[in-house]
Write a protein that binds this ligand. Structure first.
Ligand code: MAN
Ligand code: CA
Length: 240
């Protein structure tokens, strides 16, 4: 009984020592080494807490594939009025035109001189046609040959203007001219060398009157025509 008393005394001392540690040790003890005897069974889990706040925005994802082309947009509004064109760009063009005009005048003067010399030599221009004296005399056949050798045809006036030019040559040389038309193929049916019927005539009064004896045409110095013999020798004028 004496030993039991000593043991109880020691246990009481130990209890008092533990209690004097301001409870700190006891709390630590309970936290770390809690057991059935000193703390009891753990309680049930608590209820689910309230929903948390919305998180921060995540990083943007990768770019998606290229989309299909959109429709054409509507026309935009009218733009502002442009500035006045650059007149300076026209300056070189103007000087070029002036230079060309000068060259044209020179050429025109030159043409005038050629025309005068040609007339002197027995040539005349009518629009785009040229007439030139090729021989002082020759028959119809000789005349056709001479002109053909020069790449031309015996003169065949096809309008009053051309006829007037030939008349001037006849006057200048004071000779009648063999024209390039005849009715050798068909009597009374005068035609050009290419076979076409005459589109212009300038017969003198009463002409043609020679029938089968006069199948060619001569041009008088007054410009009128007479049917005459193809073998007569006349001034030969070629048409180019
Ligand atoms: C006169 C006229 C013409 C005729 C010639 C022939 O001038 O009768 O019609 O062609 O003579 O030389
Ligand atoms: Ca005649």
């Amino acid at each position: 009984m004496h030993l039991l008393g000593i043991f109880q005394f020691l246990m009481l001392g130990l209890s008092l020592t533990v209690a004097s540690e301001k409870g700190t040790f006891e709390c630590e003890f309970r936290k770390n080494t809690c057991n059935i005897v000193s703390c009891g069974l753990p309680g049930r889990d608590g209820n689910q807490g309230p929903k948390g706040e919305k998180g921060d925005q995540g990083r943007p994802g990768k770019a998606g594939p290229t989309g299909i082309k959109g429709d054409l947009g509507s026309m935009g509004p009218k733009g502002p009025k442009g500035e006045k064109g650059e007149i300076r760009e026209l300056i070189p063009l103007k000087s070029q035109i002036t230079a060309l005009q000068g060259e044209m005048r020179t050429l025109q003067d030159l043409m005038q001189k050629y025309r005068k010399v040609m007339i002197l030599l027995g040539a005349k221009t009518v629009d785009d046609k040229w007439f030139a004296v090729a021989a002082s005399e020759g028959t119809f056949e000789e005349g056709k040959k001479i002109c053909s050798q020069r790449g031309a045809l015996l003169a065949s006036p096809q309008n009053a203007k051309e006829n007037r030019a030939l008349q001037e040559l006849a006057e200048q040389f004071n000779r009648k001219i063999h024209l390039g038309m005849s009715d050798e193929k068909t009597e009374g049916r005068f035609q050009y060398q290419n076979g076409q019927i005459l589109s212009y005539t300038n017969w003198a009064n009463g002409e043609p009157n020679g029938g089968r004896n006069e199948n060619c045409i001569e041009l008088y110095t007054n410009g009128q025509w007479n049917d005459e013999s193809c073998t007569e020798k006349r001034l030969i004028v070629c048409g180019f």
